[in-house]
Design a protein around this ligand. Sequence first.
Ligand code: C2E
Ligand code: CA
Ligand code: CA
Length: 456
Amino acid sequence: MQTELQPTLDRVTGLHDRTSFDARLNRYAAEPARQLQTAALLRLDIDRFSHLNESFGVQTGDEVLRSVARCLRECVPNALSIARIGDDEFAVLIEKVDAGTARLIADDALRLIQRRVRVADLPLSVTASLGVCELGPERTPLVLALHAAGLALRESKRRGPNACHFFTSDLLQSCEARTELEASLRRALAAREFRLHFQPQINLGTGDVVGAEALLRWADPTRGMVPPGAFISVAESAGLIGPIGEWVIREVCRRQARRLARGLATVPIAVNVSALQFHDPSFAEMISAELRIRDLPGQLLSLEITESVLMRDVEVVASTMRALATHGVRLALDDFGTGFSSLAYLKRLPLYRLKIDRCFVSELPASRHDAAIIQAVLSLARHLEVEVVAEGVETSAQAEFLRNHGCDIAQGFLWGQPLTGRDFQLLLNDVSAPSITQVSAPDAVTPGVRRRRVAG
Ligand code: C2E
Ligand code: CA
Ligand code: CA
């Protein structure tokens, strides 16, 4: 067999190509003695490679591929085969290794790649995700190895970046469940099963409703009302967050414009966006077109992005937000305090608001630590001249503590569960407020707001 004697090589990295790798794997499978040993198959994929290729060009992309290939050769010098089996995907077949050794090799590879692989001369490190499948007696049969390692890789991608996951039979089941959920979500989008609920945001000083957060729900005919936590991550990994997120933004804009057209009062509405949405080059244009078509002041829309997902996307988010800021659309940093090195973002992003995560509010006023954190955030925000919204306020004692320490705005179950669209409209209707012309003449803190006082 020619492929065995003279393996075909990948032009970019000099590693085996997909054909050679398959041939090696088949040859390995054909030798019964080897089937009795334990071995491991690794599949590795570079995190966000297509973004890197688009931003820095194909030559830089090729350099990254070569650099990853060098790391793999260094980590597993005696592998049976190291191959580039897809655009940015690699596979490694290692014989005579047990699970513990495979784990060490995988960790080494990820660490080395993160430390060594660089993008051009920039201080940007590259990471990869790894899926590992153990082979051998009573383990995954070889014919399934590549597929099984692929499922493990998909799981790492979901948890990643820079993650490693081993294949287990549970994974097969959860992958099947995810695949089914993905299909249901596609159907839900076409069947218009998504709904928005609205959580009022209350000015703690006056009791006025000064805004609201739109929260996505899925009205599934069999599962009932499904909360976003149960499907957002699947929507993200299935590439569905773009169309779903676009629906949310269009729906909020449609509702806002309808109220304006009817001469009714409204307040700015915040939409949660996933960092992935910012990678769609047409995201900012979609929003500005929506505002333009509906003749809607951008001040009536704001975007919330969580600190944890922002970590690796801060520049993309910052440039998109600068473009949107020209229309008046503003950015809030969600779940503040739960991510890493949060303070660095405060400088780089055009923020107007920090949202203090519920975990710092729930044990107020008893917890001295949480009280200290909240006071520090409030003082930081005052100096940076950004608003603070406290999330998850459930008791009047919490609201009072926040008010006494100068927190502007809060939201939470203290004022009730998030409202259906209809109930929220009714809440807004029940106002006695200035004329609608104020909507397009925003002031610094709560532009265009018509207010309604609520108890709490
Ligand atoms: P989040 O942005 O932190 O939203 C606040 C979550 O806390 C909501 O859960 C809300 O119902 C809940 N909550 C509000 N007040 C209280 C309270 O006083 N006590 C307690 N225990 N919980 C409270 P929900 O609606 O299940 O949303 C969960 C997460 O899903 C949101 O967290 C947000 O990250 C994400 N999400 C919601 N809608 C969207 C969307 O349209 N797009 C994207 N990408 N993510 C969304
Ligand atoms: Ca939010
Ligand atoms: Ca939040």
